[in-house]
Design a protein around this ligand. Structure first.
Ligand code: SF4
Ligand code: SF4
Length: 441
């Protein structure tokens, strides 16, 4: 049984709740703030992912209670659920259940990246978060659907919702033990890893290549997108960094479509990926061309949709951000308030349907119903670092028996959260960065 804690912040930390939408920021830190508005980010704009919608269908009351707890904690007077307008049945339910709690709905268009928190905040409130800032700078706290559900459940986080989609017989959303190996998860939903050529972890737009079938589910896993070999996304994601730069240097014609379609540029931020591309060929004056990359959110829209030459402006920006951090350079607009959105902002939304077509995803079922799975895993691999901040410290020894929910990694002194066992079993390995638990009979 989890320990009883006296306040919400302590409980959120003890239960290991982190932002489940991808970044993994420890939620207890977010709760230790003041905001006038809490926004539940249910936009889920990555093509083929369905977990947030499925969680809302599965436990709407729990999600709204978690959101209300968050609102009370940060003293917010307004709660907004940002959700795609196409989910009309769900929206009707949220309006009815949310009204008594002071929670309203904001309907977002079905475009990408409606779920980027800067865009969600702008659409729902009209406020532009300063470049390099966070939603709290404009009085908003943005939280993920699963994160607030975990707050309401008030038990150690040992399971994770995510969607398995694209080239699999039946796309589904599952709630799997943290530490489950991707190969075991695929087999549990009736897919054969041997038949899959390439896997993106997270999403098709902001995901990354899977390292191996032994890679584990973590507190931030949002999706496993499976593709056959030679799919266009495999080619894009497997192009080497040097090749990306060389192609960009020789083929970019500076048409600026990447900038004109950039969602951060369109809300008024000085993000100009065409300048980053120009910088690839002009090393001696590169720093001034790099600065406009600082506030890129790496949504990948420029590389995977906007560029007519099929180039990699997102990667040019991402590489520049690393260099800017190393050199301690900042764009002069960092922190600037009262920026105005571009006059064409609302007309340049990229429909998810267009993205699906462009990325060769039209042949896949765009659905992912939540399915219950009776998990029988022989082994889980639980990383000690699944969040932003310091890793948890190993708190178990090889041979030790553990039960689901036991602390196996203690919270660090600074920013960070503990890690818990996700199955009953025996600790088989306790290295510097992960705990392996084998099921005991
Ligand atoms: S990267 Fe592509 S979209 Fe951007 S300026 Fe170059 S050719 Fe145009
Ligand atoms: S990835 Fe491209 S489109 Fe997205 S914010 Fe960065 S520069 Fe803009």
């Amino acid at each position: 049984m989890p320990a009883v804690h006296t306040n919400l912040i302590e409980r959120a930390r003890a239960n290991g709740i982190v932002g489940a939408g991808g970044a993994g920021f420890p939620f207890y830190k977010k709760l230790d703030a003041t905001a006038d508005t809490v926004i539940l980010n249910a936009a889920e704009c990555e093509p083929l992912l369905h977990k947030d919608k499925e969680i809302l269908r599965h436990d709407l009351a729990g999600v709204l209670r978690g959101m209300k707890l968050t609102m009370t904690q940060v003293r917010a007077t307004r709660g907004i659920v940002g959700i795609k307008e196409k989910y009309t049945d769900l929206i009707a339910e949220i309006r009815v259940a949310g009204a008594p709690l002071g929670i309203e709905v904001f309907e977002l268009g079905d475009y990408y990246p409606a779920g980027d928190e800067f865009i969600t905040v702008y659409e729902a409130t009209g406020r532009v978060i300063p470049p390099g800032g966070i939603p709290l700078d404009v009085g908003c706290l943005v939280c993920n659907v699963e994160t607030v559900l975990n707050l309401d459940r008030d038990v150690p986080v040992t399971r994770k919702f995510f969607t398995i989609a694209a080239d699999v017989p039946n796309p589904v959303t599952v709630c799997a033990p943290i530490g489950a190996k991707f190969g075991d998860v695929l087999r549990a939903v009736g897919a054969d890893p041997a038949q899959i050529g390439h896997v993106l972890v997270g999403g098709v737009m902001m995901g990354r290549n899977m390292k191996s079938w032994d890679e584990p589910v973590t507190r931030t896993t949002g999706g496993l997108l499976c593709f056959p070999n030679e799919h266009v996304l495999q080619r894009k994601y497997e192009t080497e960094s040097r090749a990306r730069s060389l192609i960009g240097k020789s083929a970019c014609d500076q048409c600026s479509f990447c900038t004109e379609m950039c969602p951060r540029y369109l809300i008024g931020h000085p993000v100009e990926p065409h300048m980053a591309m120009r910088g690839l060929g002009f090393n001696m004056v590169g720093e001034s061309l790099m600065l406009s990359s600082q506030f890129c959110c790496e949504c990948n829209l420029c590389s995977l949709y906007a560029c007519p030459e099929d180039l990699f402006p997102k990667d040019a920006c991402a590489d520049n951000k690393v260099i800017l951090r190393q050199k301690g350079l900042n764009h002069p607009a960092k922190g600037k308030r009262d920026l105005k959105a571009h006059s064409m902002q609302e007309y340049r939304h990229v429909p998810v349907a267009s993205l699906i077509k462009k990325l060769g995803l039209s042949g896949y079922k765009n659905k992912g119903p939540l399915v219950e799975i009776d998990w029988h895993l022989d082994e889980v691999r639980i990383p000690l670092k699944q969040h932003i901040g310091s890793p948890a410290a190993c708190a178990v020894k090889v041979g030790q028996r553990v039960r689901t929910g036991d602390v196996i990694g203690s919270a660090p002194d600074g920013l960070g959260v503990p890690v818990h066992a996700s199955i009953d079993g025996i600790v088989a390995a306790a290295s510097g960065d992960e705990i392996v638990i084998r099921r005991s009979e």
